[in-house]
Design a binder for this molecule. Sequence first.
Ligand code: ADP
Ligand code: MG
Length: 451
Amino acid sequence: MNFSSLSLSSEMLTTLDSLGYKNATAIQEATLPLILDGKDVIAEAKTGSGKTAAFGIGLLEKLDVKRFRVQTLVLCPTRELADQVAKELRRIARFKHNIKILMLTGGESFGRQLGSLEHQAHIIVGTPGRVLKHLNKESLELSNLKMLVLDEADRMLDMGFIEEVEAVMAFMPKERQTLLFSATYDAEILKISKRIQNDPVLVKTTEVEVANKITEEFYATTSKEDTFVKILSGFKPENVIVFTNTKAEARELAQNLQKRKIDALAIHGDLEQYERNDVLVQFANKSCPILVATDVAARGLDIKELSMVVNYDIPHGSETYTHRIGRTGRAGAEGIAITLYDSYEAEKADEYRDDKRLFLEDSELKGSTNFQLKPEFVTLVIEGGKKDKLRAGDLLGALTGDAGLKGSSIGKIDIYDRQAYVAIETRFIDEAEKALKRGKIKGRNFSVWIL
Ligand code: ADP
Ligand code: MG
């Protein structure tokens, strides 16, 4: 269905068109009329179905831009998710000037957030803990709130945020619109809905959407590490997320792979925020083809075009399995999901048997265990960012100018407030580092190092 058949403003239609959003996704088509009509909604749709834009278009259309007060609060379970939601909202908000969207998440400087809050905002996107902290300190005020959105409500419950969410709720007017978005729908969701929503309409589009194209294979093995290496060498995936059930295992697997000269990084709950960011940037910009992750750490990751997901262990429960493998095969691309199991897990693996899934032995794999994997790019960090008015063009200029690199040897550039990351083709990394250390960027010297 075309967006123009929904009653959206013409500026919004132009923006959606410029974003390449030609047709509304099923969940957008089903929820937007309700949201615009002021109804409370529980929306269930699978990952990648465009839920952010569903509530994003709705909340932006309802926003009274002239009224410079917090009118909308979007709560997300993790900082990464909040970041993605804020980005998508900003893209959709392009059509109207002066819409102020502010992120309030943990792992960021509280003081800086205080400063931003003094300048007010229309929309807050945040995680429950940090939002609550601001409410308690009275640096955030929600008396003008018109709409609350809980994104990934199911994960919010999984992660035990419910008390914080309810505490946040106590600071809001009772009269408001409450939207609840989730990839799954169960008794828990219904329970929270009863407490925070008013006569909600349930919208479920799970069935009508086309399933991701994912090939699912299970391998019985006596050495998971060797089997995994064979899989890498046989399938040659461009990027892989490997899930382990514990963080100790994630750390150990990444180390063991590195010893075998297979480039891998681990992401788990013990990392500091900046370490987490370093890892995610490297994975997304092709400086590290393998990410070893625990479920909690991987929550909210939205890496586009992930070729493969590997379950290094049988996950606890089929919902986790579905969540994990749903990260590959997005947006019509084909994905592959591989699950490894040893003799101790054979019984659990049996629960996954069905006619879509292929059960095989390690001996049926073609690859070799003598396989090495080096990344295409290496990441250079520049200690300067948006706050220094550094832009991608400045970095590109410095690298292609003074350093003499070809544009084609430079990959993704990510610029954060105080740091910039540039992916450089591996064989040029030393040259690039030297040149940036020697020369100036925008007439200034910045610290530069290789990640
Ligand atoms: P979900 O929250 O349901 O997992 P997202 O909101 O992250 O999904 O959307 C997945 C992707 O689809 C994003 O890259 C988004 O930009 C894109 N998208 C959303 N709506 C549309 C649309 N109507 N047409 C094309 N792409 C869309
Ligand atoms: Mg989402």
